[in-house]
Design a protein around this ligand. Structure first.
Ligand SMILES: [Zn+2]
Ligand SMILES: [Zn+2]
Length: 325
């Protein structure tokens, strides 16, 4: 969960084959700090937002800030961090790339290069030894399943093996603008907190308006988006429908398609990780893919690699064996 330099200094150099994951007291200290700052603090901030209602009733500007910041950073995570940078499901102009990386950084889920490395490792090892956040490796029975859900949703971030970015994200390390954005990760998170505070203050011309903007457009927004994204890692590797064959236990949760901006088609995604569309069919709601189509129509994105019907048919589980979403 750190920037490029800290990873490189994350452990002593050893001869022999390049290690796929790194583990050192220094890295674990950074992970603990990140967990407290960006995972625990938003919970405290969200509680503070509700307490603050006693002195400053919720205004429409707070709701608009919450929604707009959630949508912008949420789309940047699914379209930028996930579909573009991790899986390279399409190509985009440099300006689109940088904007998505900056907005994604504001979500407080780690710098773009760390996020990509962790997620590529998730796909490599999904639901097996080495998966950073599988809910299915903590034992059987109710206790094992609950422990697995808590681990995969949230607790794994306290301390984990760090995927070596030289191994998992060499393409991103060659991309200078992205490396620069990643190095400034903490500044982008702070900017994502200051912006709604500034707008809230200007709209109401008051300090309480600024504080309310910070709480709702900043902390509550980070809190909500985090739990939505984490629910994909936890619940959608345990519950839901399974229309396609894939080697791990990924599931679709179609009812959450809109709120997850299309990420809820998680089984579709594991079956076809190179597809920019997670819904795959036009009637399966996928706001992330709608944005990619919009960018493509404007000439800002291209090379959308959609799986053809033959590929899909080859992996489809007969309806009698799986309830379709
Ligand atoms: Zn993925
Ligand atoms: Zn997954």
């Amino acid at each position: 969960m750190e920037d490029v330099e800290s990873t490189e200094s994350g452990g002593p150099e050893r001869p022999g084959p390049r290690r796929k994951v790194l583990s050192s007291p220094y890295l674990h200290k950074l992970q603990r700090r990140h967990f407290l700052l960006f995972d625990i603090l938003p919970i405290v901030g969200t509680a503070g937002a509700f307490a603050f209602l006693a002195v400053h009733p919720l205004r429409i500007s707070d709701v608009v800030l919450l929604f707009a910041m959630w949508l912008l950073t949420g789309l940047a995570i699914t379209v930028g961090y996930h579909r573009l940078f991790t899986h390279r499901t399409f190509k985009a102009t440099r300006s689109v790339t940088v904007v998505l990386a900056v907005l994604g950084s504001m979500a407080g889920q780690g710098s773009v290069i760390s996020w990509v490395a962790l997620h590529r490792r998730h796909h490599e090892c999904s639901d097996r030894e080495g998966d950073p956040h599988s809910p299915n490796l903590s034992g059987s029975g109710l206790a094992g399943r609950l422990k697995g859900l808590a681990h995969s949703h949230f607790l794994w971030m306290r301390r984990h093996e760090y995927p070596n970015i030289v191994h998992y994200a060499p393409d991103l390390l060659k991309n200078q603008p992205l490396v620069r954005v990643a190095r400034l990760y903490y500044y982008w998170v702070v900017l994502g907190l200051l912006l709604p505070a500034l707008i809230g203050g200007l709209v109401t011309m008051s300090w309480t308006g600024a504080a309310s903007g910070l709480l709702w457009g900043g902390f509550v927004r980070i809190f909500l988006l985090e739990h939505i994204v984490w629910a994909i890692n936890s619940f959608l590797h345990m519950f839901g429908t399974r229309p396609y064959v894939s080697r791990e236990n990924s599931r679709n949760g179609g009812v959450f398609a809109l709120i997850t901006l299309g990420e809820a088609w998680h089984n579709n995604h594991h079956a076809f990780p190179d597809s920019p569309s997670f819904g795959l069919d036009w009637y399966r709601l996928d706001p992330g893919f709608w944005l990619i189509r919009l960018l493509a129509a404007a000439g800002l994105a291209w090379d959308l690699k959609l799986p053809d019907e033959d590929r899909r048919a080859a992996k489809r589980i007969p309806v009698s064996a799986a309830t379709r979403a």
